[in-house]
Design a protein around this ligand. Structure first.
Ligand SMILES: [Zn+2]
Length: 129
């Protein structure tokens, strides 16, 4: 909760500084490995927009897939959390690094891989009124 709240706060300060306080659409992209609760983030954004006097229309939160690249053979693949059980998904959600314990390169079997995508929180689009 505190995490999402401070993220939302930083995000809105940035948006207000760069785009002003009349925002029609705010589209965010959250990596599936990022430990953010989207519902809480959305709630925090709504609450804080009011406190900061930001007129905020639609808020859309999209998920960004997780993409890994093997350091040994260079193979790239997409990690699909839905292919794993709930316990694994939760472990990865709270600690993205846990993914190393549950998956390996489908091509060569190495656990030496990099997380190329799926960890960030970024602003995908801002539309002003
Ligand atoms: Zn490999």
């Amino acid at each position: 909760m505190v995490h999402e709240w401070s993220l939302a706060d930083a995000l809105l300060k940035y948006v207000a500084t760069v785009y002003g306080t009349n925002i029609k659409t705010l589209r965010l992209r959250v990596g599936v490995l990022q430990s953010i609760d989207k519902e809480i983030l959305l709630f925090s954004i709504r609450e804080l927009a009011g406190l900061h006097n930001i007129k905020l229309g639609e808020v859309v939160i999209e998920e960004e897939e997780a993409r890994f690249k093997c350091s040994r053979c260079g193979y790239e693949w997409v990690f699909k959390p839905e292919e794993f059980n709930t316990e694994t998904r939760e472990a990865v959600h709270f600690m993205p690094e846990a993914v190393y314990a549950f998956t390996k390169c489908p091509a060569c079997g190495s656990r030496d891989f990099k997380i190329v995508k799926g960890r960030g929180l970024e602003i995908a689009e801002v539309v002003k009124y």
